[in-house]
Unconditional design. Structure first.
Length: 344
């Protein structure tokens, strides 16, 4: 078990653990100081305590997941790291893979909570910018031949000084070319229907459009100040109570059909948070991202970028100023037909 001040040796240098930043069943994130003259990093290790209690198959999956993440991040070109967290170093510690990643200010969920507590929640323009950046990040994931499958606030890291966000945690990545249905993966509270409810023949038939549904769920969450869609909350509760069997029970509860993905009152709440000129294109985008049928969702990041541009353009468009009616003081105007021209 790693402890503060422990030294972790990776391929490019030694790293001293300073403070634990985050912890989950899968991994532990530490702030660590690296070689002299370098900035602190986020050191990501597999949770050794959980690993010791896990079954052999689970251990293999966790190691494979970490190696999968390293493989993806190492494949990126430097210019593709603008909205994806940078991998700085890798290695092994106690027989388990370790990553040194760029250190960010924190995750988007905590950042949003801090802004709300300070009475300065992000305006809709900032939300649009974050969604645009994440769309670009997903576009890069898909461009390199992967589907992400775990978009959620805790996997989005924030640079508070620049006001930018980056996608992190790629252990659930699946190759796009692997068209066959796969085992369950991801986080139930943020999943598309096809990622939570298994296909009739078994397994989960996901694709890049599954990531776009999660982008829509996050769009709603950010725009409404932290409210989750009821569909997502229901899936999350069903999974917590019954694991993957929760999908079957949730369908039975709704007569064998999907629960509503976006109800009328949720759409109205979303609209209330948006400047009036941008409501129509923003709602149209949200509906498309959250469509139950993957084929009806946007086909790629470029299409989403164009739809986001429509929302921004609607926000930026200023209503035309009405022509002033100077009817007093004998001044000519369109209102009096310029009748006084020449008669002053």
């Amino acid at each position: 078990m790693s402890a503060s001040d422990a030294i972790i040796t990776l391929e490019l240098g030694h790293y001293r653990l300073r403070e634990q930043l985050a912890r989950s069943a899968y991994g532990v994130i530490w702030r660590a100081s690296g070689p002299a003259g370098t900035q602190d990093v986020a050191l990501k290790l597999i949770n050794e305590a959980q690993m010791a209690q896990a079954l052999p198959a689970q251990r293999e999956r966790w190691i494979a997941s970490a190696c999968n993440e390293i493989t993806f991040l190492q494949s990126l070109e430097p210019w593709d790291e603008r909205h994806i967290v940078r991998l700085l170093d890798t290695g092994w510690h106690n027989g388990l893979p370790v990553m040194a990643l760029e250190l960010m200010s924190g995750d988007l969920g905590r950042h949003l909570s801090c802004l709300k507590s300070a009475g300065t929640p992000p305006d809709f323009a900032r939300v649009l910018e974050w969604i645009s950046q994440l769309n670009q990040a997903l576009g890069k994931v898909h461009q390199y031949g992967w589907r992400y499958l775990d978009l959620k606030p805790s996997n989005v890291l924030v640079d508070a000084q620049r006001g930018t966000v980056k996608l992190a945690d790629f252990g659930t990545n699946r190759l796009l070319q692997a068209a066959h249905a796969h085992t369950y993966s991801g986080t139930a509270n943020w999943q598309a229907p096809e990622q939570f409810f298994p296909a009739p023949e078994g397994g989960y038939a996901t694709g890049r459009q599954s990531d776009y549904f999660a982008l829509g769920a996050l769009f709603y969450f950010l725009a409404t100040g932290g409210s989750s869609l009821r569909f997502c909350a229901s899936c999350g509760q069903a999974y917590r109570e019954h694991l993957t069997d929760g999908a079957r029970l949730l369908l039975e509860r709704h007569g064998g059909t999907l629960p509503p993905l976006l109800s009328d009152d949720e759409e109205a709440r979303f609209a209330q948070k948006i400047p009036q000129p941008a409501q129509a294109p923003a709602i149209a985008l949200l509906r498309m991202l959250l469509d139950a049928e993957p084929g009806n969702r946007p086909h790629n990041a470029l299409q989403i970028s164009r739809l986001l541009a429509r929302v921004r353009d609607a926000m930026d468009a200023e209503p035309a100023l009405a022509e002033p009616a100077f009817t007093d003081f004998g001044k000519p105007s369109a209102m009096n037909g310029w009748l006084r021209i020449g008669g002053l």
